[in-house]
Design a protein around this ligand. Sequence first.
Ligand SMILES: [Fe+2]
Ligand SMILES: [Fe+2]
Length: 402
Amino acid sequence: MSDRTGLAVRFLTSMAQALATMSLYAEGHPARARAAVASFDTLLDLQRADPRPSFSFLGSDVVYGPQAIRGLTDWEWATKLANVGVQRLEFADIVDRAAYVAFLEDVLARVSAFSAIAVANAPANAPIPRTGPTAIRFGAVGVRGSNDQRPAEVAPTDVDDSALMDLNVEVDAIQWVHEEVTSRDEIPLLEAEAIVRSLSVAMHGDSQMLLPLLTLKEFDQYTTTHALNVSVLSMGLAEFMGLSPREVRGYGVAGMLHDLGKVRVPKDILTKPGKLTPEEWALMRSHTVEGARLILQSDQNLDVAALVAFEHHIMINGGGYPDRHYRCDCHKASTLVHVCDVYDALRTKRPYREAWEPAATLQYIDRGIGTEFDPDVAKAFIAMMGKWEPRLAVADLSQAAA
Ligand SMILES: [Fe+2]
Ligand SMILES: [Fe+2]
């Protein structure tokens, strides 16, 4: 465990201790203040090493920056905090003591209210109102795009995202996963699954389904934004088609890792504005085989993700790549990721062409039914977009993630 992670664990442990102690004493009792101050000191220690720490609480997992903290698995406060709408906690600046104590009091009030709410059966993940400017930001995981940067055609009218955080932590985490694969030939699976869970929370944070997608500003962010968008779309489509929550998450992981083999393709080929030479094209096509190999090497249990990496460019009529010496039907997950992959690729501006409009992209998918795309899957995708496109939230990456 790195020093920073050690300090983060110490801080979280002391925060939990402070909340537990504070819950035992009435408001105004000096023991409450003492517990809060002791915890504040560990936050200061952490911020000396990491001035802007951020945490996600997902189910029983705790994620610090891009990494899951293994020692804190099943830390009961992860679930407690997530239950009261604190799935993300960020310290954007050095925090003063009063703000931190107020934050603890606020969380404690929510945790106490949650028990009462549970009895009254009220929604637990209602947006958290902001009480004023503070360096501590907390709330649901989700999308925060600025309205003026949103393309008009997808500006959601009924999405209240004022209390939602942005997706920069997920983007950083995917980037980190790619770096780990490049340097160590191994996928950090726990983190990959944590990202998928975090995206799933973002999709369900509101009363209706929301598809949080990212727009691309810099071409070299394509691998990351594309992985995130295909993961979101694959989970949305799998859920729309009535698959089980477990399958939905599996498809989310497969969607996120489908182009993983591109870490083996030279960057100048990936971003080349002109036509590829036959040799370059062969290298580009090899991302399917390489991706499947990397995934299986890391974890044999990721067989669906490995299949998807291998099959996601194969067309329903047998066309596409990689070349095969046999004919067999692709796994359903591959046909599903294929549609989501094409949709996101066409909707994104590339070095050699502009982004396609949503209507033209859906028409392209419609025309490819039965030749390129599996009919059931493609029709479901078009129906899903018809239903959920008004709920599609497009966010730009902030400078921090650029
Ligand atoms: Fe691909
Ligand atoms: Fe792709």
